[in-house]
Design a protein around this ligand. Structure first.
Ligand SMILES: *Cc1c(COP(=O)(O)O)cnc(C)c1O
Length: 389
């Protein structure tokens, strides 16, 4: 059997894969089994922050692997504390819990919010409010948090204690607070899986004020938007707010599994001995990778992300076959005349890997994609939109 046949025979059928086997890569270029080259604008869904097989990232990982790859959380290892310190210093948050994925980083946020609210406001204060069209993960609890019915259908009963309100409608949330004790509100500043939809700044600020007045925890899911993706270290930094809890994962370790839940002033000591845990959480190799990723996300890199974003917005806005451009930084959604699935297939044939998000084409290039590579990819996308193929 070849790779595709073996996969079809033995791997659970949860993924509709593209008919493409990637065997290697360098930076923003990847190669399939025939040696054909592609410009990668998906980055493993916002994971490979500095592209594939990046030399600095490789050095950080192999150096740590050659020292010790895992010791469990029964012992100290240096990269874990070093990364936590970096995250806290750059966000103003106070403590970090490490896990292995986005869903788990949200799970920890939800547990921390529930414990804080129960201790502070009583055991009937547990409801977590999220937004319609949101995505927060695939575990039963983070599915319950996800404000899209179609993800729920086959898996009821989900974890109780979640409510969903319309993004942009602060009255709906205020009305809900009349009847329901709310422990926390969890938002994505840019809804990623929901179609690359940035939240309105005035709404987010009103939401933050609403939470502050009522001692409701403001939680921001930065799993996709975090770690430089939007042109700030975290997307909430565009919005002039200070969350109580931030969850992140995807791009944090540049291609190794690592989730982090950042806890602010109010909740820094909420989780005590035995309240939460993860065997792999804070793994030294993943943390060493993340330290090297964060060290490189400085103001210079962030300004390059913003410049490349401006280039993409100005190139695509009003172009033939493109109806709308949405997003923030290097997290871009294109509403194209051609169906998004067809666009992705055409681009792939022409050597560019894109993603979809709902009805849009979604672009999540490496943060350091060279400008000429980005230009070449943009030209191929423009041609596909205008349908020269
Ligand atoms: C991808 C994503 C998740 C889930 O992350 P996993 O690592 O797949 O568990 C959660 N929230 C947001 C906003 C995401 O984009």
């Amino acid at each position: 059997m070849n790779t595709k046949e073996r996969d079809a025979a033995y791997v659970a059928g949860t993924y509709k894969r593209f008919p493409l086997e990637i065997v290697s890569g360098k930076g923003s270029l990847v190669y399939d089994e025939t040696g054909k080259e592609y410009i990668d604008l998906g980055s493993g869904i916002a994971v490979t922050s500095f592209g594939v097989a990046d030399a600095i990232w490789q050095r950080a990982v192999t150096q740590q692997i050659s020292q010790v790859q895992h010791m469990s959380n029964l012992y100290y290892t240096a990269p874990c504390g070093k990364l936590a310190e970096m995250l806290c210093r750059r966000t103003g948050m106070k403590k970090v819990f490490f896990s292995n994925s986005g869903a788990e980083s949200n799970e920890c946020a939800i547990k921390a919010a529930r414990k804080y609210a129960a201790e502070t406001h009583g055991p009937d204060c547990f409801t977590i409010v999220t937004l319609k069209n949101s995505f927060h993960g695939r575990t039963l609890t983070t599915l319950a948090a996800t404000g899209q019915e179609h993800y729920h259908e086959l898996f009821r009963p989900l974890t109780p204690g979640f409510a969903h309100v319309t993004a942009g409608d602060i009255e709906e949330l205020t009305a809900l607070a009349e009847t329901t004790k709310i422990a926390g509100v969890l938002i994505e500043c840019v809804q990623g899986e929901g179609g690359v939809v940035p939240l309105d700044k005035a709404y987010v600020q009103a939401l933050a004020a609403f939470c502050r007045e009522r001692d409701i925890l403001l939680m921001v899911d930065e799993v996709q938007t975090g770690n430089g993706r939007t042109g700030q270290l975290y997307a909430y930094m565009h919005y002039g707010i200070q969350p109580d809890i931030v969850s992140t994962a995807k791009g944090l370790a540049g291609g190794l599994p690592l989730g982090a839940t950042l806890l602010g002033d109010k909740v820094e000591n909420v989780l005590g001995y035995g309240d939460h845990g993860s065997t792999f959480g804070g793994n030294p190799v993943c943390c060493a990778a993340a330290v090297s990723v964060l060290e490189r996300i400085d103001e210079n890199l962030l300004s390059q992300v913003r410049q490349k974003s401006e280039y993409l917005f100005s190139t695509f806005t009003g172009a033939e076959g493109i109806e709308a451009v949405t997003g923030l930084g290097l997290m871009i959604g294109l509403k194209t005349k051609k169906p998004a699935g067809q666009m992705v297939a055409d681009c792939m044939e022409n050597g560019v890997l894109c993603l979809t998000a709902k009805e849009k084409v979604r672009l999540l290039p490496a943060l350091n994609i060279p400008m000429d590579t980005l230009q070449k990819a943009a030209e191929i996308i423009l041609r596909s939109c205008a349908d020269g193929r």
